[in-house]
Design a protein around this ligand. Structure first.
Ligand code: C2E
Ligand code: MG
Ligand code: MG
Ligand code: MG
Length: 284
């Protein structure tokens, strides 16, 4: 409304220009929102998988599943754009159920004991359907529960304390593990690690990106790693792009890494077959 008011104040030409821009933005949003309901059944959504490398023995121990949407007219829409919309409309619950089902189905086809990590939105986490979606994904795929990990952001875990703790316990009782995603970016504190037991901490990639140039980032990265180690919680660093970042994380005592250096998110068949050569390249 303010933009419209401002534009009217500045005369006709600008007014129509502003209005058209706003209308386009609104119509694209409406289009995305309405198309989301049927995108899965039209086969427009798929999962990309990004490898997780353990630094103890330089082997791939798991994959994070990341949703992708190829819209017929708008092209690739980032989850950063459509997940928040799906959260607002509640569509995240059925979409999230599909992600769980599809991620488990695909990982169960791989040989070995690798895990799959699935992002779970706070809206899903508060839904009474989550537990049944988890058990259904496991039973339909035959994947053992310990090979499924859910990723929750720090803020999702910490807000609304007691109910969250109860839900976390129920999930872990199934045998499903829980990772705290984007750690260090929320308003939480390390003290929460005591009250909300998690199986893994994923340090946000912003710390990795700036560790070499900013000693404060470096200090936070080191501090998180040391405290997590003392608590017996494995630490995974996200967004590792360069060999020097990898060496730094090794020195600090990080347990695992994820990032373009090891592999980009891609269809699982490709990710799983390209892996041996990638880890050779990284650690030659
Ligand atoms: P996230 O869970 O923190 O996922 C990591 C993001 O970092 C992914 O972006 C990944 O492609 C990107 N990334 C990985 N390695 C690197 C690197 O070395 N450098 C850089 N610059 N980026 C890297 P993506 O796939 O666009 O997903 C963005 C966010 O969308 C995710 O952040 C997650 O919060 C959300 N998301 C993705 N898939 C799902 C889903 O199935 N369900 C829910 N609820 N959220 C999802
Ligand atoms: Mg994640
Ligand atoms: Mg993350
Ligand atoms: Mg993130």
């Amino acid at each position: 409304d303010m933009a419209l008011y401002e534009s009217k104040r500045h005369g006709r030409g600008r007014s129509s220009c502003y209005t058209r821009g706003m209308q386009e933005a609104v119509s694209e949003r409406v289009q995305i929102e309405t198309n989301m309901r049927t995108a899965i059944e039209r086969g427009e959504m798929h999962l990309a998988f990004q490898p997780v490398l353990a630094l103890t023995d330089d082997h791939v121990i798991g994959y994070e599943a990341l949703i992708r949407w190829d819209h017929p007219t708008l092209g690739a829409i980032s989850p950063v754009q459509f997940i928040p919309m799906a959260e607002e409309t509640g569509q995240i619950v059925p979409i999230g159920a599909w992600v769980l089902q599809e991620a488990c189905r695909q990982i169960a086809l791989l040989p070995g004991d690798v895990y799959v990590a699935v992002n779970v939105s706070p809206v899903q986490f508060r839904s009474p359907l989550l537990l049944s979606h988890l058990t259904q994904a496991l039973s339909q795929s035959g994947l053992p529960a310990h090979r499924l990990e859910i990723e929750l952001t720090e803020t999702a875990i910490v807000e609304d304390g007691s109910q969250i703790a109860t839900m976390l316990e129920a999930i872990r009782r199934l045998g499903v593990t829980v990772a705290m995603d984007d750690f260090g970016t929320g308003y939480s504190s390390l003290a929460h690690l005591r009250d909300f037991p998690v199986d893994r901490i994923k340090v946000d990639r912003s710390f990795v990106a700036t560790a070499e140039s900013d000693r404060h980032s470096m200090a936070v990265l080191e501090g998180i790693t040391h405290i997590a180690r003392a608590l017996g919680i494995p630490v995974l660093a996200e967004g590792v792009e360069t060999p020097s970042q990898l060496e730094l994380l090794r020195k600090i005592g990080c347990d695992a890494i994820q990032g373009y250096l090891v592999g980009r998110p891609e269809p699982l068949v490709r990710a799983a077959t390209s892996q041996p050569s990638t880890s050779q390249r990284v650690f030659a």
